[in-house]
Design a protein around this ligand. Structure first.
Ligand code: ADP
Ligand code: MG
Ligand code: MG
Length: 886
């Protein structure tokens, strides 16, 4: 339970259910304290996210009562462990750790070894009998506190270490002796004073107060804000702050620090994996400054601690019912757990875990599906290197995030972002990456680094975003300032040149390797099969060609939810005939032109029906404005000018062509509309030129007859009338379609259905009347979003969407995820009104939203029968529909 005005909870009071209040880290540390016992988890307390929210609201001042509660909690902690913060003989040291509701790895701040000062460092040295350790801890504290809390530039601090190492003639930090570390601490303090104008704070209470503020402030830091934007985390959640007794991985060779996963974090194979460092504190492992060792090696160095860790990983995994990602520290042989969370993992590992967990009896199928992050499944459908291609590697690195990518080399996040805005494919190449590079990850097709392993920042973030990544390619010299990569054998790749990486194997090449569609693992097939068992929502595909239809079927589509016939008229061999039809001066000539189009259109439909072999196919009659099929006005004018100039030079030649172009121009001008998206399109075309829809209806029915004759399998035909506003529009055009069918002895309701796309607000309000003439509705949520919001889909992105997202007027594009309060309610209302008229009215969704997991969840709960999306989204929609039902 939560208490009002309580800002501080001891670890012994919290639990995993309290993550909103205590943050993920705080809630899980509390949960581990219960589950594993107090001797496994260093004691401490959590300052709530609400305290942070109050702090932000009050313009960065601590809420009343916070200071007192922190002091009381600190006293309890001191009593529990029998040490006092800043004590001159045996000081308590604490870490001050950020931790939001959802983990934001490395985005916010953490300070270690707090409580050290010029006096307590001597006490620590004497008490432990290890002055080197004491001074190493103090210099780390001054460094971290200076950098994180007071903004002393990291490079200046690093440079100070380098200088001193040079002076002392050593290479590694671990080679600095106690005297050198004492000297280093002094130089850090001098730098602190130079940078902040203040002496390094000696009062531990003051240190703690400043550190807590710094963690709160880091929630509003630029990189945290950016990360939240990309990951759609609300700005007003705030972060919790965890104050925890320090344990020390830097006490010598029986100590160490590391990260571990309960299963392989890249493949999902059921063997724990991870990295650790001997004689180190936690930040050394992730920062990539030292080369880490594989967790398996821990078994040889510290067998007991290793065995305990393996046991704990199993316990945590079954307790949480999900793959875990933990941070641990070993102090003189004793294992401490510092953090656990559900592991972020690439799609292949997610499906592997889901299948294994069900087989092991750990989870039910429903539970297992809920562990799969649907958005990431995309990666399994993404290309890999063509296995038949011969690829010459210029280097190899760690296979850190699966999938293959190719693009031009860029060396900075800014360049990656700029390139993405121009639509260029790039690979972001860096020695290592930091939090500030995250925008570049988003913009790049793939990431390549020369340092760090599978637990490095680059690997973590790339997997989180589903970007292919190869890291730790240590044979590459990545010269960011010189703008080139130097590979073994004198190979040089400059900025802008092409490179390809395979994040599944670690291979790097400059060959122009063909990328091919991914092979599906048996585990992925299994997850899809379970999804099909569990879901109640149908999944169809939007497809206009036999190839798309075949792919859609392979991906598991149960039919075609939208075939856009206009694409069939855009093909090169159709365009002249289509133009002739549009240019026709009277109905007779128009019919003649249409007669030429008929066999082509029929052949298109036959291909589609063949591919769909008996499954439902929903065909939308012609929708776009006619002028779209004519050449553009400025092209005609340009050509006319050219011909006239030429004609003048040659003395009147080309006159016939000029006259024809002039006629086209007149027609283009006549058809031109100021706002074609709201003009003569959809069923309005069918009302003005019924012979067009008639030809399409004939082509559909003739094709169906031909395919039935040939294969014995009739497609389940659905003819869809687009952009209906008035029930009379639908009534009129339905009669037209039914008459064409009748001539072939076909009956509506038996041999085919006629329905409409619901994509205008009026149609939603009048859905009961419209349903009188419809056998089905298909919600065209793209146009419905455009017309309900009055947003032009083609303009919003480049014009105002960015600012709207920035200002938090909306948190995502309504064209990506359905605007449920507005457009969603219209869908529900129309569904309800439609079914009031016709109980069995079939309801589908064929907009972009049909492939968006969040929107799918909404449709599932709105009584929709099926969604239809692009073929590549079909597998994602199947899993999303199952999760909605689970
Ligand atoms: P992040 O969210 O960036 O991972 P953490 O708060 O987890 O930040 O801290 C980073 C690392 O600092 C941890 O992985 C751990 O190794 C080390 N650390 C934090 N608190 C303690 C502690 N009480 N004792 C020892 N090491 C700690
Ligand atoms: Mg951590
Ligand atoms: Mg539309």
């Amino acid at each position: 339970e939560t208490r009002r005005d309580t800002y501080v909870y001891d670890f012994s009071e919290g639990s995993r259910e309290m993550r909103d209040l205590l943050g993920g880290k705080g809630a899980n540390v509390a949960e581990m304290t219960r589950l594993l016992g107090a001797e496994r988890v260093p004691a401490g307390f959590t300052i709530t996210t609400e305290a942070c929210v109050e702090y932000m609201r009050a313009d960065r001042s601590e809420p009343d009562g916070l200071a007192g509660q922190v002091a009381a909690a600190l006293e309890r902690l001191e009593a529990l462990v029998g040490k006092r913060l800043g004590d001159g003989e045996d000081p308590l040291l604490v870490s001050v750790r950020s931790g939001a509701r959802e983990s934001m790895p490395g985005m916010m701040d953490t300070v270690l070894n707090l409580g050290l000062n010029d006096v307590s460092v001597e006490g620590l040295a004497a008490k432990t009998g290890n002055p080197r350790f004491a001074w190493d801890s103090y210099r780390r504290f001054v460094q971290m506190f200076g950098n994180v809390v007071r903004g002393v530039p990291g490079e200046r601090l690093e440079a100070t270490i380098r200088e001193l190492k040079g002076e002392r003639g050593v290479k590694l930090d671990t080679e600095l002796d106690v005297d050198a570390l004492r000297e280093l601490t002094g130089r850090f303090k001098a730098l602190f004073e130079e940078q902040t104008g203040e002496r390094f704070p000696q009062d531990p209470g003051e240190q703690l107060r400043q550190a807590i503020r710094a963690v709160f402030d880091s929630w509003m830091g630029e990189r945290a804000i950016h990360y939240r934007r990309i990951n759609r985390i609300p700005d007003d959640w705030g972060t919790a702050v965890n104050v925890q007794q320090m344990v020390f991985g830097n006490k010598g060779d029986t100590s160490g620090s590391g990260v571990a996963f309960s299963r392989d974090e890249v493949t999902g194979a059921p063997e724990p994996s991870g990295d650790f460092l001997q004689n180190a504190q936690g930040e050394d492992v992730v920062s990539g400054v030292r080369n880490t060792r594989e967790i398996a090696e821990l078994a040889e160095i510290m067998p007991d601690a290793h065995a305990e860790l393996m046991e704990i990983l199993r316990t945590l995994e079954s307790h949480y019912g999900d793959m875990q990602d933990v941070e641990f520290t070993i102090e003189e042989g004793h294992l401490y757990m510092l953090q656990t969370r559900n592991a972020k993992r690439p799609a292949q590992a997610a499906v592997r875990f889901a299948v294994d967990a069900v087989e092991e009896g750990l989870l039910s199928k429903e539970q297992a599906l809920l562990t799969v992050d649907v958005a990431k499944l995309d990666a399994l459908l993404h290309p890999t290197f063509d296995p038949n291609a011969e690829v010459r590697a210029i280097a190899r690195g760690v296979a850190a995030s699966p999938g293959a990518a190719k693009g031009a080399v860029v060396f900075t996040a800014d360049d990656a972002v700029a390139a993405a805005e121009e639509g260029r494919a790039v690979i972001l190449v860096r020695p290592f990456t930091e939090a500030d590079d995250v925008a570049g990850f988003h913009a790049a097709r793939g990431i390549l680094t020369s340092e760090g392993g599978k637990a490095s920042h680059a690997a973590l973030v790339a997997r989180g975003m589903g970007r292919p990544c190869v890291c730790g390619a240590s044979s590459l010299e990545i010269d960011v300032d010189g703008g080139e990569i130097r590979a073994p054998g004198g190979v040089v790749v400059r900025a802008g040149e092409q490179i390809a990486i395979n994040g599944s194997t670690g291979l790097i090449t400059t060959d122009d390797v063909p990328l091919v569609a991914a092979e599906w693992s048996p585990q992925f097939e299994q997850v899809l099969e379970w999804s099909d068992e569990l879901r109640t929502l149908g999944v169809r595909a939007n497809a206009d060609t036999p190839q798309d239809a075949q792919r859609a079927r392979r991906f598991g589509a149960e039919g075609i939810g939208l075939c856009r016939t206009e694409h069939m008229f855009m093909a090169a061999d159709r365009q002249p005939k289509m133009q002739a039809m549009i240019m026709a001066e009277d109905e007779e000539r128009r019919r003649a032109a249409l007669a030429e189009l008929l066999p082509l259109q029929q052949a298109d439909f036959e291909g589609l029906f063949d591919a769909m072999a008996g499954a439902p196919v929903c065909i939308r009659l012609l929708d776009p404005p006619l002028h779209e099929f004519l050449p553009q006005r400025h092209e005609i004018e340009h050509e006319l000018e050219r011909l006239r100039d030429e004609g003048a030079a040659l003395g009147g030649a080309g006159g016939g062509k000029v006259a024809e172009l002039e006629r086209t121009l007149v027609r283009v001008k006549a058809l031109e509309e100021v706002n074609p998206m709201l003009g003569t399109r959809g069923c309005r075309l069918g009302i003005l030129y019924p012979e067009i829809y008639e030809m399409q209806a004939v082509a559909i029915f003739a094709a169906a007859a031909a395919v039935r004759e040939r294969t014995g399998r009739a497609p389940l035909l659905e003819v869809m009338i687009p952009l209906v506003d008035y029930e009379i529009e639908l009534e009129t055009l339905r009669r037209l379609v039914c008459d064409a069918a009748h001539e072939r002895g076909l009956e509506v309701g038996e041999d085919f259905l006629v329905g409409t796309m619901i994509e205008l607000p009026r149609a939603c309000f009048l859905a009961d009347s419209i349903a009188e003439h419809a056998d089905f509705f298909s919600f065209g949520t793209n146009d419905l979003t455009q017309t309900a919001l009055g947003f032009s889909r083609d303009d919003v992105e480049s014009k105002f969407m960015g600012v709207y997202l920035e200002r938090k007027i909306i948190d995502r594009s309504p064209f990506e995820t359905l605007d449920t309060p507005g457009v969603g309610q219209m869908v529900r209302m129309a569904a309800w009104l439609g079914r009031k008229t016709k109980h069995a009215l079939k309801l589908g969704v064929c907009g972009e939203h049909g492939g968006d997991p969040d929107s799918i969840d909404f449709f599932h709960h709105s009584g929709i029968d099926y969604v239809s999306c692009s073929p590549f989204r079909v597998p994602i929609a199947r899993v999303a529909a199952a999760r909605a039902a689970a």
